[in-house]
Design a protein around this ligand. Structure first.
Ligand code: FEO
Length: 389
């Protein structure tokens, strides 16, 4: 696209995001330079760890003068190099909304006089190119916004619609890899804000779009690819799948898990089972995007849940998946407060909670019957929702 340059950096080696979520395919921090006939603007910057590569990319493009730094989001993987850019181009102004300005001042200690504050739908002329700003709060911070380049029909969405994928391809041509990178990104970053995602998708649908240029992963040259994926993930529709997240200490809960997997599969339900001792949280998070049912299996440790199960419960609670059924099962030694503690930490407002199956010691015949009843109840609901024939 004449006058628009990708100046971001691919982070091939990054394997953990926010010191929590594994990312299998690396990631990128995208920034874009837009040269208009009169003014030049930079859309976002990159993670400070990649500052040198970023400035090298700016040099390759040849930026003699920079008028504006558009900041779509405060988080430092996009804003972290703004102070360095301001030092390199002292005349540049940071263009953003009121909330983002406030947060950038907190997080980067920028001074008030470097800002130009814009309102929703306000435009900024670069001469023969026009930017229009679209406030898009809560995908995923309160200050997030999009920038639309009118003449070239490019929407810069920052985190929204992004993917964790390191690739030398500028565009999303490797669709299978991009889909996985985008789904994991959605699960971990956007899913808690599903209602806002839906609202912003509706807003985007009205725009003529040639490209969607996020700040992680490749540029979408076929915007419908990612828009349709986001419509699916954020919709209220669930799939005939049960996520079974479990951990065991002395095999009693493991035996229950094995039995429950089979009981569900025999009833026509697809199961995604995760041993919480070994599983990567990214895989669990991705499975939560579509599942109709979530079942948590835990032994009792010092009267409470196993710490890994409690951690999973907390994670599920904050990610707020759209599942409609929640269940709990496990074994205890002499007494247990597992049900109370899990209930305090895992509440999905739209989900019905099934009767927990907590048993003492090694499961007996009647305990397996309780698991059959649990599986039958899951099946009954899936049937009622039209997920099963
Ligand atoms: Fe990619 Fe919210 O930062």
């Amino acid at each position: 696209m004449p006058g628009v340059y990708a100046v971001g950096v691919v982070d091939w080696d990054r394997r953990l995001f926010e010191d929590l979520m594994p990312i299998h395919q690396g990631t990128s921090y995208n920034a874009y330079l837009i040269k208009g006939s009169e003014k030049t603007a930079l859309v976002d910057t990159v993670d400070p760890a990649k500052k040198d590569e970023f400035f090298s990319n700016l040099k390759k493009v040849g930026v003699e003068r920079l008028d504006y730094i558009i900041s779509n989001h405060t988080e430092q993987d996009h804003s972290g190099c703004i102070p360095d850019v301001l030092s390199a181009y002292p005349g540049a102004k940071v263009v953003t909304n009121t909330k983002c300005k406030e947060l950038l001042m907190d997080h980067l200690h920028l001074s008030e006089d470097v800002f130009v504050v814009i309102q929703d739908e306000e435009s900024l002329s670069l001469g023969d190119k026009t930017l229009v700003f679209k406030l898009a709060p809560w995908v995923h911070w309160p200050e997030t916004m999009f920038t639309y380049l009118v003449e070239d029909k490019i929407l810069f969405t920052c985190d929204f619609l992004g993917s964790h994928l390191a690739t030398s391809e500028l565009f999303a041509v490797e669709e299978e890899r991009v889909y996985i990178g985008a789904k994991s990104y959605y699960a971990e970053i956007m899913m808690p804000f599903r209602d806002h995602v839906k609202r912003h998708l509706e807003k985007i649908e009205k725009l003529p779009l040639a490209y969607i240029a996020p700040s992680h992963g490749p540029v979408y040259h076929k915007p419908e690819f990612i828009l349709q994926a986001y419509r699916d993930w954020s919709s209220d529709e669930v799939k005939n799948r049960a996520v079974l997240a479990c951990v065991s200490m002395h095999d009693s809960t493991a035996l229950m898990s094995e039995y429950l997997v089979e009981a569900l599969v025999n009833r026509g339900i697809t199961v995604d089972r995760f041993n919480l001792t070994y599983t990567e949280l990214t895989n669990l998070s991705m499975a939560l995007v579509d599942a109709a049912t979530i079942l948590l299996g835990t032994p009792t440790m010092l009267v409470g849940p196993h710490p890994f199960a409690l951690s999973a419960a907390y994670l599920i609670n904050v990610l707020r998946p759209k599942a409609r059924l929640l269940g709990l099962y496990g074994s205890y030694g002499w007494g247990s407060r597992v049900v109370d503690i899990i209930n305090q930490n895992l509440r999905l407002p739209q989900a019905k909670t099934l009767e927990p199956v907590l048993i003492k010691g090694l499961p007996r015949k009647e305990d397996f019957q309780k698991l059959d009843n649990l599986a039958e109840e899951v099946k009954r609901h899936h049937q009622e929702w039209g997920l099963l024939a």
